[in-house]
Design a protein around this ligand. Structure first.
Ligand SMILES: Cc1cc2nc3c(=O)[nH]c(=O)nc-3n(C[C@H](O)[C@H](O)[C@H](O)COP(=O)(O)OP(=O)(O)OC[C@H]3O[C@@H](n4cnc5c(N)ncnc54)[C@H](O)[C@@H]3O)c2cc1C
Ligand code: FES
Length: 289
C-alpha cells in the first residue's frame, strides 16, 4: 500500500457476522472490521478479497458502519465470479478487507435540503449519508432510490407526507423511515407504491415543485449507473443546484498506485486525469459530465 495512505486505509481479516440474501442475486453482508468501521465516511468503499482462489479484490461501497460495535455493512449484486464466490460465504468465514478508501461526500450547511439519489447498487452510500445526516437536525435530507429489480429490503407505504411527490408515490425504505429520514422509490418495473419511471424523473418532479428560496437550499448527492449520473448532472444544471456524484470504474490496486481507474475531470487549469479510487469516487458532477 502506498505510504500516503498509511493510517487512513487499513487491512483487516474480517469475520462475516451475517450474510442475507435478497431477490435478484442481491446480498447484504455484515463484517467485523473495526478499523474500517471507525474511519468510514459516506462515499467510502472497501476493497474485498472474495475468495482465496480469486486474486483480484472487488471494490464495494460501505452502506453502514458502526464504529462502536466495529462492523461495516455492504450491499452487493452478483455480476461475475468474484461476488458469486463472496455470496457463497457464511457467517463465521473470513474475508480480507482493505478500507475505508476514497474521498467521501461533503454536504454543506448552507444547503440543508440534501437530495440523495441512489440507483441499484448505488443505493448503499445514500443510506450511509442519510444515517449521518439524521444526527444533525439542521439538515433536511430526502432520499430517492431507483431499481429495476426488487429492492433489497421490504418496501412499505410511508407514513410521512412529502410535498411535491406525485400522487401514489408512497413506497419507502423502512429503515430510513425509522430514522426519520423521508424516502421514496422509483422503478419502471411496476412495483407497488413506486413512482413509475427513473429516479431522476422523480427527482425532477420534486425539484420542479420547489420555489427559488427552497431550491437555493438544495444540494444533490448521487450514486448509481453512469447514465443515471449523467441525467442527474443535467438535472442539477437545469435547476442550478450543486451536485456530487460517486463514480464506478474498474479497479486494480484501489489505493492510487496503478492509475488503472483514471477518468478525465475538468479543473480550473483545464482537463486533468484523476484516479477514481483515491481522488474520488466522489466528484463534482459539473467537473465530470
Ligand atoms: C467505488 C465502487 C463502489 C462500488 N460499490 C458497489 C456496491 O456497493 N455494490 C455492488 O454490488 N457493486 C459495487 N461496485 C461494482 C462492483 O465492484 C463490481 O460489480 C464488481 O467488482 C463485479 O465483480 P464480480 O466478480 O461479480 O464480476 P466480474 O465480472 O467477475 O469482475 C471482473 C473484474 O471486473 C471488475 N469489475 C467488474 N465490474 C465492475 C464495475 N462496475 N466497477 C468496477 N470494477 C468492476 C472487478 O473488480 C473484477 O476485477 C462498486 C464499484 C466501485 C468502483
Ligand atoms: S485502481 Fe490503482 S490507482 Fe485506482
Amino acid at each position: 500500500m502506498s505510504t500516503a495512505h498509511r493510517g487512513t486505509i487499513f487491512l483487516e481479516e474480517a469475520r462475516i457476522l451475517s450474510q442475507l440474501a435478497y431477490d435478484a442475486e442481491q446480498f447484504v453482508i455484515r463484517l467485523a472490521a473495526p478499523k474500517c468501521a471507525a474511519h468510514a465516511q459516506p462515499g467510502s468503499f472497501a476493497h474485498l478479497t472474495c475468495d482465496v482462489t480469486i486474486p483480484m479484490r472487488r471494490p464495494l461501497s460501505i452502506m453502514r458502519a458502526d464504529a462502536t460495535a466495529g462492523w461495516i455493512e455492504i450491499l452487493y449484486k452478483i455480476v461475475g465470479a468474484g461476488l458469486h464466490a463472496l455470496a457463497a460465504k457464511k457467517a463465521g468465514d473470513r474475508v480480507s478487507v482493505l478500507g475505508p478508501i476514497g474521498k467521501p461526500f461533503t454536504v454543506h450547511r448552507q444547503r440543508p435540503r440534501a437530495l440523495l439519489l441512489g440507483g441499484g447498487v448505488g443505493i448503499p452510500p445514500m443510506v450511509f449519508l442519510a444515517e449521518r445526516l439524521k444526527e444533525d437536525r439542521s439538515y433536511k435530507p430526502l432520499v430517492l432510490m431507483g431499481s429495476e429489480v426488487p429492492f433489497p429490503f421490504r418496501t412499505r407505504p410511508s407514513a410521512t407526507v412529502i410535498a411535491g411527490m406525485p400522487a401514489g408515490t408512497l413506497a419507502c425504505m423502512p429503515l430510513l423511515e425509522e430514522w426519520g429520514v423521508p424516502s421514496r422509490l422509483a422503478s419502471r418495473a411496476d412495483f407497488a407504491g413506486c413512482y413509475s419511471g427513473f429516479v431522476t424523473e422523480l427527482a425532477a418532479e420534486w425539484l420542479g415543485s420547489l420555489g427559488p428560496k427552497e431550491l437555493a437550499e438544495v444540494e444533490i448527492c448521487a450514486c448509481g449507473p453512469t447514465p443515471m449520473l449523467r441525467a442527474t448532472a443535467q438535472l442539477a444544471r437545469k435547476f442550478s443546484v450543486p451536485c456530487q456524484v460517486s463514480l464506478e470504474e474498474f479497479m486494480a490496486c484501489a489505493v492510487g498506485g496503478c492509475a488503472g481507474c483514471t477518468v478525465e475531470v475538468r479543473t480550473p487549469d483545464g482537463p486533468a486525469m484523476k484516479r477514481v479510487c483515491v481522488d474520488g469516487p466522489v466528484f463534482d458532477a459539473y467537473a465530470v459530465f
